[in-house]
Structure formats: C-alpha cells, structure tokens
Write a protein that binds this ligand. Sequence first.
Ligand code: HEC
Length: 117
Amino acid sequence: MAIQGSRRRPRLVLIVLALCTGVSVACSPGGNAGGPQGDPGQVTALFNARCGICHGADGKMGYNNATDLSTSALSRDEVVARILQGKGTMPPFRDLLTADQVQLLTDYTLQLRKATP
Ligand code: HEC
C-alpha cells in the first residue's frame, strides 16, 4: 500500500503557502495573526498592499491627496476610526480587514511618525 505517484507539484504548495503568509493574514485560521504583536514582516506587507498604494511605504507619498501619515496628529482612536470608515477618497476598510489587522495597521501607522527624522 505504498502511496506513490500521488505526490504532485510540491512547488505549487510552496507558492500557495507564500501567498498566504506574504499577502493575506486572513489565511490563518481564526484570523489570529500570531498574537497581538503579529509578524512585523506580515504587517509591513499588509500596509504596503492596502495603504501603501496611496500613502506610500513611508506614509509620505500623498497619492490622491492622501495625508502624510508621518506628520499626522490623529489619536489612536481616530486612526482606527479612519481606517474603518475612510474619508474622502480613502475607502472604508471595515469589511476588508479583520479587527486584528486594523489594530496592527494602526500601530504601524502610528510608528511611521517616529520614523521621521
Ligand atoms: C485610495 C487611497 C487610499 C488608501 C488605499 C488608503 N488611504 Fe488613508 N487616506 C487617503 C486620503 C485621500 C486621506 C485624506 C482624507 C481626508 O482627510 O479627506 C487619507 C487619510 C488617512 C488618515 C488620516 C490622517 C490624518 O492625519 O488626517 C489615516 C490615519 C490613514 N489615511 C490611514 C490609512 C491606512 C492605515 C490605510 C490602509 C488600511 C489607508 N489609509 C489606505 C487615501 C487612502
């Protein structure tokens, strides 16, 4: 009863794994992105994919009149609300992100300020 001949395309599995870990935290069961800290690499990838298009990886790009996040003065609660509700040309992310992802992206957004010289 050797299970042979059914081992196909291990490379495909690797690609799927890479997509899951790199692009979407939603792949993890229960939506728990590895605890409250999450994986910094994953959060960066998530920010770049979801927010970087307009704000840029450093928050300063300003595409579509996007606010410079490195000089933003919003409180933590206001940042959470902005992500959930959007404003102007910024779309609401309420239905696109898990609650964990919103928290992680909020932390990431706030630390972009400290990264400014
Ligand atoms: C389609 C472009 C676009 C995307 C994508 C986008 N934003 Fe924005 N964002 C904007 C624009 C435009 C504004 C300014 C809205 C206004 O005040 O009229 C803004 C404002 C903000 C603000 C408020 C800053 C301040 O001081 O007023 C925060 C915080 C923010 N965005 C975070 C994020 C995060 C986090 C993401 C990813 C989940 C994201 N944005 C995705 C365009 C975008």
